[in-house]
Each structure stands twice: as structure tokens, then as C-alpha cells.
Design a protein around this ligand. Structure first.
Ligand code: URA
Length: 290
């Protein structure tokens, strides 16, 4: 069809095979008829993973998974990356393989902010060691930012901002410098924060939020900003749902195509949870807030 001169892109008849066009952005006409494409928007959910939930689609051991917290219509989504069974906090789920790749591939270095309650007091020297990088059995860690948010007699609350995402990395880093982790929570992933979303609940990111998220992670690795917000607790969402899930993430796609056109995304909403929120998770949440 191209060789026969029957295809036009943005008003120009094209004859070159292999020319790249974006059916959402470019006007493609065949035999004078515009090409129709379905514009099913990609979905991104922000889920507040509670502790004691698997970041997997299934668990052979019968433990709850993040998928248990989502209604049937979102069962096609997959978790972006992974949080440990005993870690709570920000977990994204999507059906967008390319976005998953951007968020999880080390070359894009999406920023992740964690808050860890650790045993013992954390000294400035320890902060420095963590920031410079510590030796783990799978290699030294990259430089990161570390801040002691609160210091008590027997424990401390530490914020770590990483661009890596190795298995149990935060726990292993802290253990490597002599601090066992009592609890761990991810408060931000690529700039997406919980903003008052209760544990076990989720909301659909708005089209503009997804666009901004994509913008933050595409392109080159950036320096870790100092501006990771410590413990600010933004206003809660208008509507809340009940219990929800956690997940594990997957790596995904290949190359990065041209920026997408503006697409309409579904309205932000919290769906009704299908699982009861465990009393334990509630207690832990309260503890974090206190
Ligand atoms: N680092 C950890 O140790 N655990 C997580 O779940 C995430 C980061």
C-alpha cells in the first residue's frame, strides 16, 4: 500500500518503508480514509500496600496478595517493582509495559523514598557510610541520600532515597551498618506519594498525573534531589475505600517510543476493597502516624 502511494501521514504521501508514525499522534490516511485506532488509555493505580501482603499475582502459600485488594476489572494490572512481604507503602500497578520498564529499569533510576524504623541510634558517620555506599554480597550500593528524621533512646527513624531497586536493599544496607530494621515503608516512588491514602486502599492516577510521572522517569538518569519530603502528611483523599493489596513488580518493555499524545484517563476513584483490613495493619499505620 505504501509502495502504491496509498498511504499519507500528516498530509504527505509516504513511499518510504519503515517510516515510523504514531497512530495516536499522527494523522494516517489510507486511500483517503483516516486510520482509526482505539484509544484505550493506560491505567496506573497507586496502591498503599499494607504489611504482610505479597507483591505477586498469586501466592502458592495462600498468603494475601495485592491482587486480592483490587476489583475484577483491575485484575489485568501488574505491580511495578516489588515490595517485601513485610514492607508497606507506595506500590504502583499498571497495564503499561513501557511505563513499567521506565520505572523499574536501573538505567532510568526512578527515585524511591523509604522510611525505616531501625534499632539503635544512627550516627552522622553511619549516615555518611550509607550515603557513600555500603558493600553488600551482590556488590556495593550506589550513592544515595540519607536523613535521620527522628532519634530516640533505642531506635531511630531514617529516610533513604535510592535510585537502585535491589532485593531487600534497604534492609540489607541498614543491617550492613549495624541497624536491624523494625519496620519499613516506601513513602514515594518516582514522585508519587501516598498523600493520605490509607493502607490497603488504592486510587486511579489521573491522566495528568500519569503524564507527569512519565515525564519524570523518561530520559537520562538525574541526580537525586535533596527535595525528598520527609514526613509531611498531605490531605487525605475525598473518598476512601476499604482494604486492599500489595504486589511484586515485573520488568518490562523495550524501547521508548515518541511521547504520547494526551489521552483521557479514567476518573480518579477508590474502589471498594474486597478484603478486610487486618487489625494489625491498622495498628501499624497508627504507629507510623504517631
Ligand atoms: N528495600 C527493602 O529492603 N525492602 C523493600 O520492600 C523495598 C526496598
Amino acid at each position: 500500500m505504501i509502495a502504491a502511494g496509498r498511504v499519507a501521514v500528516n498530509g504527505h504521501v509516504i513511499t518510504e518503508q519503515g517510516l515510523k508514525a504514531d497512530p495516536l499522534n499522527d494523522r494516517i490516511v489510507v486511500d483517503g480514509h483516516p486510520l482509526r485506532v482505539s484509544e484505550k488509555p493506560d491505567v496506573v493505580l497507586l496502591f498503599h500496600k499494607p504489611r504482610l501482603v505479597m507483591t505477586t499475582r498469586d501466592d502458592p502459600g495462600g498468603r494475601r496478595t495485592v491482587m486480592d485488594f483490587l476489583p475484577r476489572k483491575w485484575q489485568n494490572l501488574h505491580p511495578v517493582g516489588r515490595l517485601d512481604f513485610d514492607t508497606s507503602g507506595v506500590l504502583l500497578l499498571t497495564d503499561d509495559g513501557e511505563l513499567t520498564h521506565l520505572l523499574t529499569h536501573p538505567s532510568h533510576g526512578a527515585e524511591k523514598v523509604y522510611e525505616a524504623r531501625v534499632r539503635g541510634q544512627v550516627s552522622p558517620e553511619t549516615v555518611e557510610r550509607l550515603e557513600r555506599g555500603v558493600r553488600l554480597d551482590d556488590g556495593p550500593t550506589a550513592p544515595c541520600r540519607v536523613k535521620v528524621l527522628a532519634q530516640r533512646e533505642k531506635n531511630a527513624l531514617v529516610q533513604l532515597t535510592l535510585r537502585e531497586g535491589r532485593n531487600r536493599q534497604v534492609r540489607r544496607m541498614l543491617e550492613a551498618v549495624g541497624h536491624a530494621v523494625n519496620s519499613l515503608r516506601r513513602v514515594s516512588f518516582a514522585g508519587v506519594e501516598l498523600e493520605g491514602l490509607p493502607a490497603g486502599e488504592y486510587r486511579v492516577l489521573l491522566g495528568g498525573e500519569v503524564k507527569a510521572l512519565r515525564k519524570r522517569v523518561e530520559g537520562k538518569v538525574k541526580k537525586i534531589s535533596n527535595a525528598t519530603r520527609p514526613r509531611s502528611r498531605p490531605k487525605p483523599p475525598k473518598h476512601r475505600a476499604e482494604p486492599k493489596v500489595e504486589t511484586k513488580a515485573t520488568e518490562a518493555p523495550e524501547k521508548r517510543p515518541a511521547p504520547r499524545p494526551k489521552i483521557s484517563s479514567p476518573p480518579a476513584r477508590r474502589a471498594a476493597p474486597r478484603v478486610e483490613r487486618p487489625a494489625l495493619a491498622t495498628r501499624i499505620e497508627k504507629k507510623w502516624k504517631s
